[in-house]
Design a protein. Structure first.
Length: 364
């Protein structure tokens, strides 16, 4: 059995609101201890830069077109993570950093996934081993580069099962910008995929039609009414599109221009209704534990509960903070990468063989 390592995991999610950080102890197979969680919000100016750049990059050529802006933002995001790592290290020690960076372009058809973040620079400044660029080996092995958290979800469920806190089979639904699901059967075999928009349709609509970044608690959606014509038209187009059959999605696969002309409230309700409808069709039959920021949207969760027959629980109900599952996952993935253990599998990303993880930098 490999020795236990302590890792700091970072996640800057598609919402672009800030960085989740977690420190865990693990041997790469089991979660030994979850030691620390914190959230640091981006300054509004940095959030705006992230969203502005991501909206400009809709194809591979745009990465070159906006390369100077990409490099500028990459330095700024890296320095933000560096500041957090330094503060955390004053409170708690760790061996590794799992640095996901921020995804600005992901296209599984082109086998491209671009996360910005300077792993070598972070290693040099923190004097810590940094694991970064987690998705490239998977893409090289024919995978879609996402989702990567399922192997952590499996370790989490095994831990809960051993304490008689869950029954098998079970699924973990992560509602971030994109929603993904990890199904775990009674033999602890995993199958995962992205299943549709998470918060992205709602967030896009809110950003384009107000000075807010998201619909806090689903409050705006509660004030509006779904536009049935637009709802039906979008579903018809979606199910006939290539997007509906993709196993790995990006927020750029979605836009809200089809709802132009709706009020803020009616548009938000329509986006929320569409999101719950799309997720409900691909959610499977297992009991479900929900994590990610979308679980806080009470309107979205209420609609999901109406549309599915599954037992739906917040992962928080099991004393696990649903805000930090992804940052804990990248701490876990950094340990697996460092120990030479695979982080993605044919049943999770459609890669041809179990694939090793990120680039390891010891730049000090």
């Amino acid at each position: 059995m490999p020795k236990n390592l302590s890792a700091l995991g970072f996640m800057s999610g598609t919402s672009g609101d800030g960085v989740d950080s977690s420190v865990i102890d693990s041997n790469g197979e089991d979660i030994i201890n979850i030691k620390y969680n914190r959230f640091d919000p981006y300054p509004i100016s940095l959030s705006k830069k992230i969203h502005d750049l991501k909206e400009r990059i809709s194809k591979m050529q745009d990465l070159l077109k906006y390369s100077l802006k990409v490099e500028e933002l990459e330095r700024e995001i890296t320095d933000f993570h560096l500041d957090i790592a330094t503060k955390i290290n004053k409170e708690i020690d760790y061996d590794l950093i799992g640095f996901h960076g921020h995804t600005i372009y992901h296209n599984s058809d082109e086998k491209i996934s671009k996360q910005i973040g300077l792993g070598d620079h972070l290693s040099k400044k923190t004097k810590k081993t940094v694991v970064y660029d987690f998705r490239q080996n998977d893409l090289k092995n024919g995978g879609e580069g996402a989702p990567l958290s399922p192997i952590f979800h499996l370790a989490l469920i095994k831990s809960l099962f051993n304490k008689n806190r869950v029954k098998m089979p079970i699924s973990i639904l992560n509602i971030g910008g994109i929603a993904n699901i990890t199904e775990i059967d009674k033999d602890f075999k995993i199958f995962s995929r992205d299943i549709g928009p998470g918060n992205c349709l709602i967030d896009m609509w809110i950003r384009k039609n107000s000075n807010k970044f998201y619909d806090e608690n689903g409050n705006i959606a509660e004030k509006g009414t779904t536009d049935k014509f637009i709802f039906d038209q979008y579903l018809d187009n979606y199910y006939y599109s290539k997007i509906s059959s993709k196993r790995s999605l990006d927020t750029n696969d979605f836009d809200v221009s089809f709802a132009k002309g709706l009020s803020l409230e009616n548009g938000t309700t329509t986006m929320t209704d569409l999101t719950s409808e799309l997720l409900s069709k691909k959610i499977g039959n297992n009991d479900i534990l929900v994590c990610g920021g979308g679980r806080k949207n009470k309107s979205l969760m209420k609609q999901l509960k109406i549309k599915i027959k599954n037992k739906l629980l917040l992962i928080d109900d099991l004393n696990i903070d649903g805000d930090f599952v992804e940052s804990q996952a990248f701490a876990f993935l950094s340990i697996r990468s460092y120990l030479g253990l695979p982080i993605s599998f044919p049943s999770t990303t459609n890669c041809k063989k179990p694939s090793l993880g990120g680039v390891i930098s010891k730049n000090f």
